[in-house]
Design a protein around this ligand. Structure first.
Ligand code: CO
Length: 214
């Protein structure tokens, strides 16, 4: 059997499983979505957002890219973020990295990967910001793990620096932004950072907003 066929077979089992619990599951989920959470994760196949969080279809609005980056010129990420925040009105945005991330690993080395170099250079910038702390660590695995964590925390900052988030904080006092890391070695998620609406940012990143503050 062609390997891809098992996906189509599994889909049939998925449908039967859902219908056996709730006959109207698909009819209802086709009507609307009201996810409370937006997830920004790595594309890595070992970090399936819904599975590791035990969420069902309709609960997570997902964006994934290599190394879970929030880059201010990425129209894909910004469009997902804007839709999640302004239309779906999510309450939480979660950036989730993972130990053993190939993107972070490559950014720590000198291997030339072509186009991906340009994407991963953002992580080199994170390394440079924290090089003193990272280079004080003699264990290479600990250093790699720490850069994964620092990368997540920088993406949390990057999110708060968008006008999309600042506008929502100002007018609706949401969403909270969370930085998590997934440990593929244990299956557990760990909370690294939590930013409440209105959290103080460096002044240079603050935008003037039309809406009245509240
Ligand atoms: Co990764």
């Amino acid at each position: 059997m062609d390997s891809y066929r098992k996906l189509l077979l599994a889909n049939k089992a998925f449908v039967e499983d859902k219908i056996s619990v709730d006959a109207n599951f698909f009819r209802n989920s086709a009507l609307d979505q009201k996810p409370e959470f937006m997830w920004i994760g790595c594309s890595d196949s070992r970090v399936p957002a819904e599975e590791v969080t035990g969420t069902q279809p309709g609960e997570l609005f997902v964006h994934r890219n290599i190394a879970n980056l929030v880059i201010h010129t990425d129209f894909n990420m910004l469009s997902v973020l804007q839709y999640a925040v302004e239309v779906l009105k999510v309450k939480h945005v979660i950036v989730c990295g993972h130990y053993g991330c190939g993107g972070v690993k490559n950014a720590m080395g000198r291997q030339n990967l072509g186009l991906i170099n340009k994407w991963l250079r953002q992580i080199k910038d994170v390394y440079r910001l924290y090089s003193r702390e990272l280079e004080s660590m003699s264990d290479p695995v600990a250093r790699f793990d720490r850069l994964v964590e620092l990368n997540v925390m920088e993406q949390v900052q990057n999110l708060a620096e968008t006008s999309i988030i600042q506008r929502a904080w100002n007018s609706e006092h949401r969403p909270e932004i969370h930085g998590w890391v997934y440990d593929m070695r244990t299956g557990y998620l760990k909370e690294l950072a939590r930013m409440q609406p209105g959290a103080k940012l460096d002044d240079i990143y603050m935008f003037e907003l039309d809406e009245p503050a509240r």
